[in-house]
Design a protein around this ligand. Structure first.
Ligand SMILES: CC(C)(COP(=O)(O)OP(=O)(O)OC[C@H]1O[C@@H](n2cnc3c(N)ncnc32)[C@H](O)[C@@H]1OP(=O)(O)O)[C@@H](O)C(=O)NCCC(=O)NCCS
Length: 155
């Protein structure tokens, strides 16, 4: 049984453990610390007392951005990211966000599928946005900017 709750700065070690296990180029401790509180919001998934995933979002007026979403490798493929992402969307709706945005590496097929299945669409490409270790990429990789409009719900 997975439980969900927001976390504060005391959870940074758990967030960083998942972050570094999940990403080829993880956020630094400083970046993670700067994304807790203020205009940032989050939700973490727990199996008992163990954090198994999280998302971090940012509010900028009517635009909410999904900054990061991760599920611990041993817990992937169980629908946890889908639940986290659905709750990010629900939170945006509750808070009257007009647009949801995110960026994703062009090679990150699992994440792109996750976002497409939830209703995000590709909006544009940011060239050479991410660092990359792939020699074919010359040190950089494109980001796909995806979005979802919540403010077009005419009745
Ligand atoms: C992307 C990530 C968050 C998915 O987490 P997850 O808990 O395994 O995902 P879920 O089990 O909830 O799967 C939800 C959907 O994602 C997609 N998906 C997940 N893993 C996939 C894979 N290996 N291949 C293709 N699609 C995949 C599918 O659409 C899936 O829905 P379905 O099972 O109905 O087909 C996880 O792989 C991860 O943490 N990756 C590293 C961090 C990262 O890249 N984050 C995104 C940054 S933009």
């Amino acid at each position: 049984m997975i439980n969900f709750k927001s976390v504060d700065a005391t959870a940074i070690p758990q967030l960083m453990a998942i972050e570094t296990a999940c990403h080829s180029h993880p956020w630094t401790l400083n970046t993670m610390s700067s994304c807790i509180g203020g205009r940032y919001f989050n939700l973490a998934a727990f199996n008992g007392d163990t954090m198994v995933g999280f998302y971090i979002g940012e509010k900028a007026g009517p635009d909410f951005t999904l900054m990061d979403i991760c599920v611990a490798p041993s817990e992937q493929g169980k629908g946890i990211a889908k639940q986290l992402l659905n709750q990010f969307i629900d939170y945006g709706e509750q808070q009257n966000a007009e647009n949801l945005f995110l960026e994703v590496r062009e090679s990150n097929t699992p994440a792109i599928k996750l976002y497409e299945n939830a209703g995000f669409i590709e909006m544009s490409v940011r060239k050479n946005y991410y660092p990359s270790d792939n020699p074919a990429k010359n040190g950089f990789e494109d980001a796909i900017l995806m979005g979802m409009a919540l403010g077009l719900n005419f009745q």
